[in-house]
Design a protein around this ligand. Sequence first.
Ligand SMILES: [Zn+2]
Length: 454
Amino acid sequence: MPRSYDDDDDDDDDEEEEEIEYVLFQGALDGSEADLKANAKLVKLGLMEAKELVTDAVSRRASISVLEPKGNVAVGKVVIDTIPHPAGKMPAKRALATTQMIKLLSGMDINDRKSPQNGGMHATYNDVKYKLYVKTEPVEGGLEKLTIQIVNDKEVIDSPATAGMSDDFRRRLREMSTDGNGLVIACGPPGTGTTTTMQMTVLCVDLCTYTVYSLADHGHADLHNVNAFQIKEEHDLETTFDRMLRMDADFVYVPPITDPTILKSILAYQDRAGFFAEVAAPDPATAIAKLIELAGDPAVVANALRAIVTQRPIRLLCEKCRQAYRPNPKVKKSLGLPEDLRTLYRKFEPPPPPEDEDEEEEEYDPCEHCNEVGFRGRTNMFELIPINDTLKQHISSGFDPAVFRKLAREQETTHTLQSDGMRLVISGRTALEELQRVFRPAGAAKKKQRPKRR
Ligand SMILES: [Zn+2]
C-alpha cells in the first residue's frame, strides 16, 4: 500500500516522475534461509506486496505496522510516534500472500496458520538499517493478523538516557540501589512501554558494584551486565532465589507479578535482596491495590514496597518548524513555570484559509522534516514514587487509591509525570498542548483538526 503520489503538475517544475525506493529485505534474524525457489508462486504473489507494506510503514517512520483481516478485506494500521494512523486496505487474499511472504522471509513456518508465531528479519531502507520483529496470530477464517515492530538501528533504546530518563531521575534510582532490599515495581497503561521502563530502571543500578540476576524475558533488549539466570527444572522459585543468594545476588529481576505464588516468594526474600518486577496496572495506585489483593495483607506489601516507576510516551516538536512564543504571565503562574522563562514552543499551524473565497491563500512552505505533523520523534516522561514512611503507613492502614495519589504527590521525594513533562516543555522539546493531549482522560472529545492543505 504505497502512498499515492500526486500527479497534478500545473506549477511544480521539479516534480519529475518520482521513483519509489523500496525497502530491501536482508535475511531472517535467526539466520535461517528462506527457500524462495520452492515457494516461487508465493514470491510472485507476495514479495512486491510485502515490500510495499513495509516500505510504506518505514518511510512514514512507523514503529508498528499491523495488517488485520476483517471479513473480505484486511485493514492496515501504522503507529507513528505513539499515534495510530490508517494504512489502507487490501483484499483478504492479497493480505494472505503478503503475510505468508513476510513469514517466509522472517524464518517462520508458512505451513502453520493456526498457532501464534514470532520471527523477524533485517531490512535496509535509504541506507538505514532496521530490524523487523514479526508476530502472527490466527484469526477467524484461517487467516492471520500480522504485526511488525520496526526498530531503526539508530534509534534503539539501550540505556536509561536514550529512554528519556533525566540525569536527576537516573541519579535518584542509582542512589536507591545503595541499600537495595525491597521491591521496586513498574506499571503503566498497555502499550506505553512498561517493560522498557523496568529494564531501564534495572540498568540504573550501579552494575559494576552490584550483581543482578534476571529470570525475566528480556525480549529484544540487550541488558549488558544483567545476568540471565536459568531455573533448574527441579527447582521452585524459592530454591532458585537461594541459589542466587549463594552466588552473591544483590538484585533479582523477576517476571511480571501475576499470581499470589510469585508475590509470596518475593515477599519471603525481599529483605535479603532487591527485586524488580512489573505489575500489569495502568498507574501506581492501581498497582498497589493489585499487590494487596494478591498478597491478602496490606501490611506486608507496605513493608516490602520500595518504589514505583511509571512512564508515558510524549511526542517531540519538529525542530525545523516549531514556533516560538512568549508565554502569558498568568499562564506561567498557573502552571508553576519559572518567572524568567521567556520562550515556549508550539507546533506549526498553517495560516487559516481566507474567509473570502476571492482572497488568495497565504503562502507557506510545508515542512518536509515532519511531513506537516508538527512533531517528529518521541521520548518518555517518567514518574518515581519512593515509598517512604508516610506512604507505608497509609498503605498498611486502609489503602485508598485517591488518598494515596494525593499523598504521593505531596512527598518531596516524588518525581511526577507532570513535572517531568514540564521539564520537556520548558526546554522547548515539546509543547504544552502535547502535554495536555497525553494527560487528557481516555475518551475525552478530540479536537477537530483543520483539513490539511496541499
Ligand atoms: Zn516540521
